[in-house]
Ligand binder design. Structure first.
Ligand code: M6R
Length: 373
């Protein structure tokens, strides 16, 4: 390790841990001055994007294109934008988007998400969409990187420099950006009542505090790590908004522990994957979506009946999950659940990697910015 790396890491053993713990602060930086007090409640100010309401009102459809963790942020973005604006949103892996024939035109908005602003597939997907007449909104962390220079509109996340290859703090700021954009579009288009804009803006304002509370889960996740480290494979599951969180949690685990970890939408388990469940197979279940609690419990019971070792992540106040799963952890309640529910999963991956002694900040075969196809 270089001396300056050591200094930058301060007291932490790894950049990844430092970056997980920085999440409340970077969320505050990303959100705070974009929420304004207004008549009838708080409002969202993204005037910096220069996306005029008149053009927005004509938008037929929105595509979100990104890779890896940024793609998972896009999946949450679809829920937020569709839910608040009623505009149809499709989310694509940038590496697929650029080679298919998406329906693009001058009434299409393409949102590209990239921490580095340099990912080759995302950049080429953006160029292709731009050439076909679509407008591009780039959500990027690194200022003056290539993607924002070529996009029509830009929203910067403010996660600061992320050193660990496994993205954590950049990811939660991308999620915050998705909710900011969804709320801002809804506000510009008047698609939801004023009170709902205030509710989203207030939830965004409070989210740094909620993530601070979630940091307290570090110890319980650390306790689960030794047994997970001895396994060769693991599953993650969830429904609706919890499914992208399960995808992100499983990516974190495989990236830094090299344990095979696959995410499944809970309702899909019985369509094949259940065959892989036997005594002691770990399953991490994210269950923060109240309207599908009962369906999740049913899915979990099927896993438990086949011997799975289940770890559940749910919201404070939901004690029912704890009665079903082997270990339950509770995250603070918020409208923006993906931002808090991913935190225990980041800790679980991190401490499992510590147990395994892998190269956490620079996992084998991976680089921070994938500039080549
Ligand atoms: O810089 P980008 O956000 O465009 O990078 C995309 C992916 O390469 C990246 O998110 C990758 O999946 C992370 N290492 C995951 O932790």
């Amino acid at each position: 390790m270089k001396l300056d790396d050591k200094a930058l890491k301060e007291k932490y053993d790894h950049f990844m841990l430092k970056e997980i713990l920085e999440q409340p602060a970077v969320l505050r930086d990303t959100i705070d001055d974009r929420i304004r007090p207004g008549v009838g409640g708080k409002s969202i100010d993204l005037g910096e994007m220069n996306l005029d309401a008149e053009w927005l009102a004509q938008v037929h459809n929105i595509y979100i294109a990104a890779c890896g963790t940024s793609y998972h942020a896009g999946l949450v973005g679809k829920y937020a934008i569709e839910g608040l604006t009623g505009i149809h949103v499709e989310v694509d892996l940038a590496s697929e988007f650029r080679y298919r024939n998406p329906l693009l035109g001058d009434k299409t908005l393409v949102v590209v998400i990239s921490q580095s602003g340099e990912t080759a597939d995302t950049l080429e997907a953006m160029r292709m969409a731009k050439e076909k007449g679509a407008r591009i909104l780039a959500v990027v962390n690194v200022e003056d990187s290539t993607i924002p220079q070529e996009a029509h509109h830009v929203l910067y996340t403010r996660a600061g420099v992320e050193v660990a290859v496994a993205s954590t703090k950049a990811y939660v700021t991308q999620l915050a950006a998705m909710y900011l954009i969804a709320g801002y579009f809804a506000q510009q288009l008047n698609t939801i009542p004023r009170g709902e804009i205030d509710a989203i803006a207030s939830a965004l304002k409070e989210i740094p505090e909620k993530t601070e509370e979630a940091m307290g889960l570090s110890w319980s996740m650390r306790g689960l790590a030794p047994s997970l480290a001895s396994k060769s494979s693991c599953f993650y599951t969830g429904r609706c908004l919890d499914y992208p969180v399960a995808m992100e949690g499983s990516l974190k685990l495989k990236e830094i522990t090299y344990i095979h970890a696959t995410p499944y939408a809970a309702g899909e388990l019985k369509h094949g994957t259940l065959a892989l469940i036997e005594e002691g197979v770990p399953v991490v279940a994210v269950a923060t979506q109240e309207h599908v609690y009962d369906r999740m419990y049913g899915n979990l019971q099927e896993l438990i009946d086949r011997g799975a070792y289940t770890i559940g992540v749910t919201c404070e106040g939901n004690n029912a999950l704890g009665e079903i799963v082997d270990r339950a952890v509770h995250v603070p309640k918020t409208l923006l659940s993906p931002i808090v529910s991913v935190i225990p999963l980041q800790f679980l991956a991190y401490y499992t990697a510590v147990e395994k002694g892998t190269n956490i900040d620079k996992p084998r075969n991976l680089t921070k910015s994938v500039r080549h196809e």
